[in-house]
Design a protein around this ligand. Structure first.
Ligand code: 2BA
Length: 157
């Protein structure tokens, strides 16, 4: 698609779609930079991590660094909604394993951008695994948008 803004102005192009066939590997936010909680952690700790980092959802990993699920602020608050108040005191007795969402899309580190493009429409981020099935990190909407912006503003050859 080309949008010609008239003589002497500029042209925006989305013809540069080569990146769609690139693997996401070099654009994954690596595991050590991803805020997470571990199975067995209590929900009080999880609430602390979510609040301190400012993220609305984070991965849940096991002790071997494999992905087990996803935990969001919403899941925590929902679980402690009492009839008249939020029952924070229950958090220390609840484990993240009880609340986490386990049906989530996972992509491999060699997946092409084309595939994550589709998935990131409905998910703010995707968990990424390496060839051994270990948690490698996440691919976020922000990273994809930056990649897309670059493609849009690159003039066709
Ligand atoms: P949300 O936490 O809902 O954040 C939505 C967007 O708000 C983020 O989009 C980012 O642009 C901005 N944002 C939120 N908290 C931020 C912070 N502490 N520092 C900088 N920017 C922040 P994306 O960057 O595309 O991230 C999409 C989702 O991926 C986030 O959703 C969060 O659930 C997760 N995420 C991103 N980076 C993470 C990390 N380092 N650790 C754990 N989860 C992460």
């Amino acid at each position: 698609m080309k949008v010609d803004k008239g003589v002497g102005s500029y042209m925006i192009s989305v013809n540069n779609t080569e990146f769609l066939h690139e693997p996401i590997r070099d654009h994954v936010i690596s595991s050590e930079k991803v805020a997470h909680v571990q199975v067995g952690n209590n929900c009080e700790h999880a609430l602390l991590v979510l609040t301190k980092t400012g993220y609305s959802a984070i991965p849940v990993l096991d002790h071997e660094y494999r992905l087990r699920g996803l935990l969001s602020m919403g899941m925590i608050t929902e679980s402690i909604l009492g009839m008249e108040r939020i029952e924070y005191e229950r958090l220390s007795d609840m484990k993240v394993d009880e609340l986490m969402q386990t049906d989530l899309p996972i992509v491999r580190i060699d997946t092409e951008f084309r595939k994550v493009f589709d998935l990131l429409i409905n998910h703010p981020f995707l968990c990424v695994e390496d060839e051994e099935g270990m948690f490698a990190g996440i691919m976020t909407r922000r990273v994809l948008m930056k990649k897309l912006k670059k493609a849009v503003y690159t003039m066709p050859r």
